[in-house]
Design a protein around this ligand. Structure first.
Ligand SMILES: NC(=O)C1=CN([C@@H]2O[C@H](COP(=O)(O)OP(=O)(O)OC[C@H]3O[C@@H](n4cnc5c(N)ncnc54)[C@H](OP(=O)(O)O)[C@@H]3O)[C@@H](O)[C@H]2O)C=CC1
Ligand SMILES: O=C(CO)COP(=O)(O)O
Length: 308
């Protein structure tokens, strides 16, 4: 909503009235975006009724909260409202894609997906950012891209909602893997190999769900993996570094780590569908504590030699 504020009438709706009031008075959210002034154009509300007026609604809550939020907002969203998933994940209990979850909870609304490389803080500071917005048709994608883009925030429309959302969900798992490599001091060459082979398995996963494998070479996939696999701003990377260094995530502070959910869900779904996902499987098992980093690397390096 911060990025979109330059283009129109944007209301940021929050659940906690005290935080919303502080944002309104100070134009700051020190916990989420320390030291960053929010745009003058943005307005704030703690009353979810405000969503009734919206033509486009950004669902900017964690993946595992998307269904619950949809249930709360369902009576208020008019038919045809565009609902944009900003989360990067897969539903934990069911393994369902978030587009399926929201289409189930919000029938008759246009469900779109916003993904790609962009830290909230960078976007809020007005640093140049490019992301992708996937919708049911390219016309809807183009309208949303136009409406949400701004002078420093550029959106590319796409129709591959499956590829775009799985790129966002699975790059988090691969960012954890990059962190493990960094924490265990396995070297930059290993990270480059992981990014490349990780994209190969991500592409298989996307195709196994009916998406386009080539999408993962774009902003949501390669773009976001390069960002979060190398920048210490990434919570997934930092979580992976702790895992690689300590061998356990027991001491993790509690920041949201979407890849920790996605790893076990994707690993389970891939096993059921017969999709080969060795890196994702290893990350899931390292997180659950049934595999150590050294053994995982040994297993990955001694898999049968196959064509790239
Ligand atoms: N942070 C980033 O740089 C980026 C994040 N994302 C993705 O966006 C998603 C959210 O991430 P992020 O904003 O960092 O996470 P946060 O943990 O900061 O959560 C964002 C907000 O979601 C709200 N929320 C939680 N549960 C619910 C619920 N059931 N109903 C309504 N609101 C709820 C929280 O409200 P409350 O304060 O009231 O608890 C909080 O303000 C993730 O999937 C992440 O991968 C994507 C790109 C960049
Ligand atoms: O997805 C993100 C930026 O594109 C945010 O990454 P983290 O959730 O790892 O911080």
């Amino acid at each position: 909503s911060v990025a979109a504020a330059s283009g129109g009438d944007v209301v940021l709706i929050g659940r906690a009235a005290d935080i919303v009031e502080t944002m309104r008075l100070s134009r700051r959210h020190e916990k989420a975006l320390p030291g960053i002034d929010l745009p003058h154009e943005l307005t704030y509300s703690a009353d979810i009724e405000a969503v009734r007026e919206a033509g486009i609604v950004l669902f900017a809550m964690p993946s595992q909260a998307q269904r619950e939020a949809a249930r709360v907002l369902a009576p208020l969203l008019a038919p045809g409202t565009a609902v944009v998933i900003c989360a990067k994940g897969i539903e934990k209990g069911t393994g369902r894609l978030l587009t399926d979850v929201l289409e189930e909870e919000l029938p008759g609304r246009e469900i779109a997906v916003l993904s790609g490389p962009g830290f909230a803080a960078d976007i809020a500071k007005g640093l140049p950012t490019a992301m992708v917005i996937a919708a049911r048709t390219i016309e809807i994608g183009a309208v949303l891209a136009q409406a949400l883009s701004g002078p420093t925030f550029r959106l590319y429309p796409s129709t591959d909602r499956i590829g775009v959302q799985l790129g966002g969900a699975l790059k988090n798992v691969l960012a954890i893997a990059c962190g493990i490599i960094e924490g265990a001091q396995l070297g930059d060459s290993a990270r480059a190999a992981l990014i490349s082979r990780g994209l190969a398995e991500l592409s298989r996963f996307v195709e196994g769900h009916g998406g386009e494998g080539v999408t993962v070479m774009g902003l949501s996939g390669l773009g976001d993996l390069v960002l979060t696999g190398t920048s210490h701003q990434s919570r997934n990377l930092r979580f992976g570094i702790a895992l690689g260094r300590e061998g356990t995530a027991a001491g993790w502070s509690g920041d949201l780590v979407e890849g920790a959910f996605a790893a076990s869900v994707a690993s389970g779904v891939a096993a059921k569908k017969g999709i080969d996902m060795p890196i994702t499987d290893a990350v899931a098992r390292i997180i659950e504590g049934t595999l150590d980093v050294k053994t995982a690397i040994g297993q990955l390096m001694t898999r049968p030699i196959t064509q790239e």
